[in-house]
Design a binder for this molecule. Structure first.
Ligand code: ASP
Ligand code: MG
Length: 421
């Protein structure tokens, strides 16, 4: 007998038919004698609808015109957007009872998933209700509404988009579960996006660190925070499909601590993100403190800066500084920079939002040489120009013209022979 947390995302509970199927999957585990807690997302599309309602009511905030009148509305935003999960937790509890399984719904405040006050992107402090674990231990299935928690002031909070993954991992840690199974609409983590490379393969296992990079680099299967939390607690996560029949062969991908086999693999995956924009600051004076000033301007404007390169012309003692920001932040970043142009002292800025970041990830890079060479040769052979490069111990990312995205992903997938098991 094991203690299992099962998490189902939006497409897995998209309608009553899907919820009945999920109930079959959960009932099979419960009837096999396991102790089960389930975490559900809202029906797919539901959270987007709720967010749109808030945004429509509060256009001025969305357009950045009026942030002060009446103060923040983030607490009420959370009250509204968390409601989709309340519905699916109740529906699934009913479907389970109809299958003869003892089950009840639990909302974020009832399991006492305590968070900080950062409404809209709250961080979890603790899960505190001892009754939850006792109830699961007595053979009741706990159906927990994901994505939501409660602040010390007793207000509802949410964990950021995709946050139900993090709810599930936190619950698994709190309940000392043996496993956290994350059911989704794909049957595991792939070497790359199969829509671009049909030969992409499902990985049987992937290291926490690799998954963390892939999730940060644009693979949207797991929320980044959930991987961080699982890694910190050494809690293995299995990613698998909810579209298989109960009892069918459905191994998924195990996200776990690295082992020798994973290290032999040079590259585990190729990720890409179209959510990038590039900014170049022209003729920034080449002296200490200039890059710091630019970065401060960005952080004051709440813009996250990702890849950075500086090219210096010694003759002119000036530098061009290129960096990337999220596409959504481009306008904000540009106007913040324009505002300090004379104060910091540079000639001008240019920008390009027609760019993609393509990355290779693998813990094997630590011990293999020639990885960068293989990557850049593969891109060069296809005539793909690299604009910006960023590396870490286990990844290399390049910024390229968006038109070459598919070509680059395919070239890298085959250069590292990822289609071969
Ligand atoms: N329903 C929330 C969202 O769409 C949380 C989740 O599904 O993980 O972001
Ligand atoms: Mg998700």
């Amino acid at each position: 007998m094991a203690r299992i947390v099962m998490k189902f995302g939006g497409t897995s509970v998209a309608n009553l038919e899907r919820i009945r199927h999920v109930a079959d999957l959960v009932a099979a585990e419960a009837k096999a004698g396991h102790e089960v807690a389930v975490v559900v997302s809202a029906m797919s599309g539901e959270t987007n609808k709720l967010v749109a309602l808030v945004d429509d009511l509060d256009r001025d905030r969305v357009d950045g015109r009026n942030d002060t009148l009446g103060g923040s509305i983030d607490d009420e935003y959370d009250t509204i957007v968390s409601s989709g999960e309340q519905v699916t937790s109740g529906l699934l509890a009913i479907a389970l009872r109809r299958r003869g399984v003892r089950a009840r719904s639990w909302l974020g405040w009832q399991i006492a998933l305590k968070t900080d006050m950062a409404h809209g992107k709250a961080r979890i402090d603790a899960i505190e209700n001892p009754e939850l674990s006792a109830s699961v231990g007595d053979g009741n299935v706990a159906v927990v509404a994901g994505f939501q928690g409660i602040t010390e002031k007793g207000r509802i909070s949410t964990l950021g988009r995709g946050g139900s993954d993090t709810s599930a991992v936190a619950l698994a840690v709190a309940l000392k579960a043996d496993r956290c199974d994350i059911y989704t609409d794909v049957d595991g983590i792939y070497t790359t996006d199969p829509r671009i490379v049909p030969e992409a393969r499902r990985l049987n296992r992937i290291a926490f660190e690799e998954m963390l990079e892939l999730a940060s680099l644009g693979a949207k299967v797991l929320q980044v925070r959930s991987v961080e939390m699982a890694m910190n607690h050494k809690l293995p996560i299995r990613v698998l499909t909810s579209f298989a029949e109960a009892g069918a062969d459905n191994p998924g991908t195990l996200v776990c601590e690295e082992d020798a086999m994973m290290e032999e693999r040079v590259v585990s995956g190729v990720a890409y993100s179209r959510d990038e924009a590039q900014i170049t600051i022209l003729r920034l004076e080449d002296k200490p403190g200039m890059v710091a000033k630019v970065c401060k301007t960005m952080s004051d404007a709440n813009v996250i800066v990702d890849m950075i390169v500086q090219s210096i012309s010694k003759a002119e003692s000036a530098a061009n500084l290129t960096f990337t920001v999220g596409k959504r932040d481009l306008e904000k970043a540009q106007s913040a920079l324009e505002a300090v142009k004379d104060e910091i002292g540079f000639e001008g800025i240019t920008s390009d939002s027609n760019v993609t970041k393509v990355s290779i990830v693998g813990i094997g890079m630590r011990s293999h040489t020639g990885v960068a060479q293989t990557m850049f040769e593969a891109l060069a052979e296809r005539g793909i120009n690299v604009e910006v490069i960023a590396t870490s111990e286990i990844k290399i990312s390049v910024l390229i013209n968006a038109e070459y995205t598919e070509l680059a992903v395919r070239a890298l997938h085959s250069a590292f022979e990822l289609e071969v098991a």
